[in-house]
Design a protein around this ligand. Structure first.
Ligand code: ATP
Length: 200
């Protein structure tokens, strides 16, 4: 079957930047965050189950999911959080697998910020970590988004620690340098992945 690379890294590490370089080389991407939104889009089985469980007050006026409200609800109620995870995770996994199966490039990339945290590493042949320091995560995310450093720190703390990610990843792409330094690194990895894909 298909050779799949799991691309991961903490908030602001450069996953999207790296993924786009692979896409320029013709490699198809599947984005776990996009799929996680699709399984609860208006009219989906996922959103119908959520509104049946929590009531229609979990919906916005336009019938879409009120994410802030849901976040608040599960933050204070661990069993509700568990219920939601049990509903969402199998739907997300099966949609990811379906999307990966439908790709046609020599190998495909699953982009997933929480690849290890959510056990999505089980769906891939090899994991590739984009690594920077927490200080750089903070600096680059503040430059990109208009959010407080407090909010970004909370997100960094909610994700796996850097050392744990480093110990789990098969390949690491160092993104401490300039964006222009990434292209050569990506080409080297790409050539290696092409070889591995040919041998599976
Ligand atoms: P998130 O998980 O938050 O979506 P991400 O891992 O996809 O983040 P990117 O969006 O690719 O990260 O990068 C975060 C920000 O840092 C972007 O504004 C990007 O342009 C910038 N960036 C990425 N790599 C570098 C680099 N080597 N030097 C300077 N800026 C960079």
């Amino acid at each position: 079957s298909k050779f799949i690379v799991g691309l991961t890294g903490g908030i602001g590490s450069g996953k999207t930047t790296v993924a786009n370089l692979f896409a320029e080389l013709g490699i198809e991407l599947v984005d776990a965050d996009i799929i996680a939104r699709e399984v609860v889009e208006v009219g989906s089985k996922g959103l119908n189950e959520i509104s049946a469980h929590f009531g229609n007050t979990i919906l916005n006026k336009d019938k879409s999911l009120n994410r802030a409200k849901l976040r608040e609800l599960i933050f204070s109620q661990p069993d509700e959080r568990q219920w939601l995870n049990d509903l969402m995770h199998p739907m997300i996994r099966s949609k990811i697998l379906k999307c990966l199966e439908s790709t046609t490039s020599p190998y495909a990339i699953l982009v997933a910020p929480l690849l290890f945290e959510n056990g999505l590493d089980r769906l891939v042949n090899l994991s590739l970590l984009v690594d920077i320091s927490p200080e750089q995560q903070l600096d680059r995310t503040i430059d990109r988004d208009s959010v407080s450093s407090e909010q970004i720190k909370n997100i960094i703390d909610s994700q796996a620690p850097r050392a744990e990610r480093l110990s789990k990843a098969d390949d690491v792409i160092d993104n401490h340098g300039k964006i222009s330094a990434l292209k050569g690194k990506v080409i080297t990895l790409h050539n290696n992945y092409l070889k591995l894909a040919n041998n599976t």
